[in-house]
Write a protein that binds this ligand. Structure first.
Ligand code: F0G
Length: 487
């Protein structure tokens, strides 16, 4: 019988290696530039990895969003795209795929995940409302607050621990949920939000048992559940691996059970199906009609929602592929490998390994850099300088300021190294681990950052920073000393 998930092979030397169940047929050339040019690029990009140019990047581990590798079938499907403003056959194929994967009848297409958040927040959130959730995502929080809502994160005690062996750090703390409902009253809680494979705390899943418990509390008070399914394939995979009751269940059965507990399921297709776009799904005609009219207003007609028909075709195929465990296990298996190797060399990293990426604890890595000087941003810049690998800051730079203008310090300072599906090879993964090892040995050379240009909303995207000293030059000098002429 052939493998149904990414096989982990035990090598003769005892090492455990994930093996890809795909072959590479289209490739893109990469550039590995000298350290001097990388430092120049970092300075030009205001020490913000979002502002780098891919020509200067070797391994782009910024995100898996829109960067997962497409399958041959996805690319092939784009040829049959049916160009039409309304009633496109491509749309109906996508609708059928979404119904099959999520078990929801009504579909609203949108141009990406945050557009779904806009539609949902505008429709259901009023001034003064609170929205309990396992953890926020940046764009989710921004849209909810824009509509007068306040997010309440009610994760469990394990949720923010860097080192843990808890299999479901993305669970909602049901005791806190009951307290929140008592305090604010169901009338001020438009919905409870579950985020699959909770992004900002390290791609950590929630369990089916937890969702069941939350569902039962929500039922007692007549509150809806909204599920952010952007990373739902991986969450389902972790349920199968880590929740014994589901060890023999199919991914489809798990997805249907999860989605069946939510009135509304929305997603960024940039993550879940290796394409662009997004959508909102529900079985309630009433909820569908409440949201529907915002789609032509903000996105495009309800049979394309801001996407091209080619993207819609590829999304339909990508959605069905989400049901294939060999597809959804690839990225988590590589992440698990990276986490294991980093732990071996003492680098502080979020455990257990989750979805989306490997998350390095920047406060543990750079204990001498105060949180006010953005250790995760500094670590991202330093890693880029010495390797050409681009990661993403997920710490205080991604947070906001309070009314007095002080930074609201993030709960965790993480450098996220994303593993988009089927994109990087094992030797590239080993290269990142090796450079991180060198950086860890030279960590005292890395200093902090300060803002020089700070947008008011979602500042991490376009904000510019500078180093607090000439530490980047010193780091580069040490790199040259140790690596010689090597890149
Ligand atoms: N929800 C989650 C859990 C996400 O991870 C994202 C995007 C969104 C919503 C928004 O979707 O980008 O299509 O508008 N996450 C990307 C990331 C940006 O890099 O983690 P979008």
């Amino acid at each position: 019988m052939s493998a149904t998930t990414t096989p982990i092979i035990k090598f003769i030397n005892g090492e455990q290696i994930p093996i890809e169940l795909h072959k590479v047929r289209i490739v893109q050339k990469l550039h590995l530039k000298p350290v001097e040019e990388r430092l120049k690029a970092v300075r030009e990009g205001g020490f913000n990895t979002f502002l780098l140019n891919t020509n200067d990047i070797f391994l782009d581990m910024l995100t898996d969003s829109g960067t997962n590798a497409m399958s041959d079938n996805q690319v092939a499907s784009m040829l049959q795209a049916d160009d039409a403003y309304a009633g496109s056959q491509s749309y109906y194929r996508m609708e059928r795929a979404l119904r099959e994967v999520f078990g929801k009848h009504y579909v609203l297409p949108v141009h990406q995940g945050r557009a779904a958040e806009n539609v949902i927040s505008m429709t259901f959130i009023s001034e003064g409302d609170v929205i309990p959730m396992n953890y926020h995502f940046t764009t989710t929080k921004a849209h909810m607050e824009l509509n007068g809502g306040t997010i309440l994160e009610i994760y469990t005690d394990e949720g923010l621990k860097i080192k843990s062996d808890h299999p479901f750090k993305g669970n909602i703390d049901t005791r806190q949920l009951v307290e929140v409902i008592d305090k604010y009253g169901p009338g001020h809680i438009p919905f409870i939000r579950f985020e699959a494979s909770t992004n900002l705390i390290g791609g950590q899943p929630f369990s089916m048992a937890n969702m069941r418990e939350v569902r039962s509390i929500a039922d007692q008070h007549g509150i809806m559940i909204v599920l952010d399914a952007s990373l739902i394939g991986e969450n389902a995979y972790f349920i199968k691996k880590r929740e014994p009751e589901y060890k023999d269940a199919s991914i489809k059965e798990i997805l249907h059970e999860m989605c069946g507990m939510a009135e509304i399921v929305y997603f960024s297709s940039r993550k879940v199906s290796s394409t662009r776009g997004g959508g909102i799904c529900t079985n309630s005609e009433e909820l569908y009609l409440k949201m529907r009219d915002l789609v032509p207003l903000y996105e495009g007609f309800t049979t394309y929602g801001g996407m091209s028909v080619r993207e819609i075709e590829a999304m339909a195929v990508g959605m069905i592929e989400t049901l294939d465990e060999t597809v959804i296990s690839q990225s988590p298996s590589f992440i698990e490998y990276a986490v294991r190797e980093l732990e071996k060399i003492g680098i502080p990293v979020v455990t257990p390994a989750g979805a989306l990426g490997c998350h390095i604890d920047a406060m543990g890595f750079l204990p001498h850099v105060p949180q006010e000087e953005y250790p995760a941003g500094a670590l991202a810049a330093a890693l880029f300088i010495i390797s050409g690998c681009r990661g993403m800051e997920r710490g205080t730079i991604s947070s906001v300021r309070d009314e007095d203008g002080n930074d609201i310090l993030a709960d965790v300072e993480l450098l996220r190294l994303a593993f988009p599906r089927r994109v990087f090879t094992l030797s590239q993964t080993m290269f990142v681990i090796d450079r991180l090892h060198w950086l860890y040995q030279n960590r005292e050379l890395v200093g902090g950052l300060k803002f020089v240009d700070e947008p008011e909303v979602l500042r991490f995207f376009m904000g510019r920073l500078d180093a607090v000293s000439d530490w980047p030059e010193k780091l580069m000098a040490k790199f040259r000393l140790d690596f010689g002429e090597s890149l």
